[in-house]
Design a binder for this molecule. Structure first.
Ligand code: BTN
Length: 269
């Protein structure tokens, strides 16, 4: 087995989906691009259809949530974006993050045999270290771009040192090379299945799927919401996808934001 990089022919051969990855215009895999989310948004503005997949072997301006950058060296990760034209109720859109997280966790199980954790709202973690993330963007009600970044292999010399200690990659976990195409094809399949559940209004099923992999629930957490810092016990996920926090002043619901989980020494990470 060798570390196979993302390429269009191999990925298309592995696809078994009906809609995602099967748009009426070709999927794109770039050797190098600024950001696959940017490209998907650009094509969306030109009227590109539901299901288009844009991937890259390297991103020069990969974007993370909250304005952070997503360091994307050549072949070190899976960098992939999906253009969806939502036909779902707007109230279900927040659930798409949870659906995508669950899809990534299931894909990593089937492609690589690993059990990863999901940290609300959409961090993919392993042993408290970050393995991947999801950036969902909705410039208008007909356009949803979901970008997924998964660390596949170590290219430590190209990673900032603070990222090296807090992050982990799939090959480090499985102890052998992995194929980016196989991970991508499994992500696409699981995403299609999760999205089909959403379209059918199966909110509870999506939440249950997400909870199977959740590392947040039952933990003391700290959340930054605007200028406010909220601490409490992460109790449950509400049907709209928000996180229910039990705080000293009663239950609070978090709809977005960054959370840290309390460690046994009292610090938060
Ligand atoms: C996060 O902050 O955790 C989300 C990271 C999302 C990164 C992916 S890589 C593919 C897509 N293109 C981007 O520019 N960002 C997303």
């Amino acid at each position: 087995m060798y570390s196979e990089h993302l390429d269009l022919t191999t990925l298309n051969e592995l696809l078994v989906t009906k809609r995602i990855g099967r748009a009426s215009i070709p999927n794109e895999i770039w050797s190098k691009i600024d950001s696959t989310n940017n490209r998907a948004l650009e094509l969306a503005a030109q009227g590109a259809p539901h299901g288009l997949v844009i991937g890259a072997r390297q991103q020069t301006a990969g974007r993370g949530r909250q304005g952070k950058s997503w360091v994307s060296p050549l072949d070190a990760g899976l960098y992939i974006s999906f253009l969806l034209r939502p036909q779902i109720e707007l109230t279900q859109i927040p659930l798409i993050s949870l659906a995508t997280g669950a899809a990534v966790a299931r894909a990593l199980r089937s492609a690589c045999g690993i059990e990863v954790g999901l940290k609300w709202v959409n961090d993919i973690v392993y042993d408290r270290r970050k393995l991947g993330g999801i950036l969902a963007e909705m410039p208008n009600k007909n356009t949803l771009v979901i970008g997924i970044g998964i660390n596949l292999r170590n290219v430590q010399e190209q990673m900032p040192s603070e990222l090296q200690v807090r992050s982990v990659c799939v090959e480090e976990i499985v102890g052998m090379p992995v194929s980016a195409n196989s991970v991508a094809a499994n992500v696409i399949l699981e995403l299609e299945q999760a999205y089909t559940l959403l379209e059918a209004g199966e909110k509870t099923k999506i939440i249950e799927l997400w909870k199977t992999h959740a590392v947040t629930l039952g933990q003391e957490i700290r959340a930054a919401v605007g200028n406010e810092v909220i601490e409490g016990l992460a109790k449950d996920i509400a049907t709209d996808g928000s996180l229910i926090l039990q705080t000293l002043s009663g239950d609070r619901r978090l709809h977005a934001g960054e959370i840290s989980i309390r460690r046994t020494d009292g610090s938060y990470a």
